[in-house]
Design a protein around this ligand. Structure first.
Ligand SMILES: [Zn+2]
Length: 262
C-alpha cells in the first residue's frame, strides 16, 4: 500500500476492485473540487485494456465497449422501487456524502435503476426477507458511464493514479450495465441497518465478505444467501456488492432523472 498522497485515507488498503464500487471512503474525506459535469470526460475506450491485474470474478472483458443509446437504456432499466416500493434506497452518489465530496455527474435524482431482470430478482429477494422482518437498503445500482469516468478523474485530481495503475479502479464497471447493486439489510421494525462490520464503500480487508466473525458474519451471510437464492453473485472483497447476469449486457450513460408520473 502506498502512502496516500491525496486526501487522508483512513483505511489501510484501498481495494477498489475493477471500479466495482467506489474508492475507500469515509465522510471525513476532504471534499474534492466538485466535478464539473460538462468537463467530465466520456469514458474513453482504453487500448486493449491491459486487463486489470486484480483478480476479480468479473473482468473488464465482461463490460462492452460501446455505450447503448439512451432510448435503449430507458427501455431496459427499471426503478427498483417500482418493482417493490418497500425496498429502501439511499443513493450516496446523488449526494455530497461520497468519496468525491460532490454529487456525481449523471445522478440527477436519488433513484436506483437496474436491468429489468435484475430488478425483478431483487423484488423477490425483498419479498423473501420481508417475511423474516428484514428488508433491503440499496446504495447504488445502475451507474451512468460518466459517473464512473468522474471517479477515475477524481483519482487523477487527488493524485491517486496508483489506484488506476494498480487496477483498483477501472474505467468500466458492471454498475454501468445496470447489473450490479450495492446494498445492505435493515430491520423493518426499527429501520436500522443490520451490523455489517464496515460502512458501504469502506474498502479494506475488513470489508471482505468472509472476513467477519460473530453477528457481523451472520448478517453478511444472511445477505449473501438471500441474494444468491435469486441469482446474484457477491464480490468477495465487498460485502455490499452483488452482480447479476443477463444474456445481452449493454453499457449505458443515461442520466438518472426524477421519475415521471406515469
Ligand atoms: Zn458496487
Amino acid at each position: 500500500m502506498r502512502p496516500p498522497a491525496g486526501p487522508r485515507a483512513p483505511v489501510a488498503a484501498l481495494l477498489v476492485l475493477l471500479g466495482a464500487c467506489a474508492p475507500a471512503l469515509t465522510p471525513a474525506v476532504e471534499p474534492a473540487p466538485a466535478p464539473a459535469p460538462a468537463a467530465a470526460p466520456r469514458v474513453a475506450t482504453p487500448a486493449p485494456a491491459p486487463a486489470s491485474t486484480a483478480a476479480a470474478p468479473v473482468g473488464p472483458a465482461a463490460v462492452p465497449d460501446a455505450i447503448a443509446p439512451d432510448a435503449v437504456a430507458e427501455s431496459l432499466l427499471v426503478d427498483v422501487q417500482r418493482v417493490d416500493s418497500t425496498i429502501a434506497v439511499d443513493v450516496r452518489y446523488a449526494t455530497p456524502y461520497n468519496f468525491v465530496g460532490a454529487v456525481l455527474p449523471g445522478y440527477d435524482a436519488p433513484r436506483v435503476l437496474l436491468r429489468r431482470e435484475a430488478a425483478a430478482a431483487l423484488g423477490r429477494v425483498q419479498a423473501a426477507l420481508r417475511a423474516e422482518g428484514v428488508g433491503l437498503r440499496v446504495f447504488d445500482g445502475y451507474r451512468p458511464a460518466r459517473a464512473t469516468a468522474a471517479m477515475v478523474d477524481w483519482t487523477r485530481r487527488v493524485r491517486r493514479e496508483d489506484l488506476l495503475r494498480d487496477g483498483y479502479i477501472a474505467e468500466r464497471s458492471r454498475h454501468n450495465l445496470g447489473l450490479a447493486v450495492d446494498l445492505t439489510l435493515v430491520d423493518l421494525a426499527s429501520g436500522r441497518e443490520l451490523k455489517m462490520g464496515t460502512a458501504f464503500d469502506t474498502f479494506s480487508r475488513a470489508a471482505h465478505t468472509a472476513n467477519a466473525t460473530g453477528e457481523t458474519a451472520v448478517n453478511r451471510q444472511r445477505l449473501v444467501r438471500a441474494m444468491r437464492a435469486e441469482g446474484f453473485v457477491n464480490l468477495p472483497e465487498e460485502w455490499w456488492h452483488f452482480s447479476y447476469d443477463v444474456p445481452d449486457p449493454l453499457r449505458f450513460d443515461l442520466v438518472i432523472r426524477p421519475a415521471r408520473d406515469e
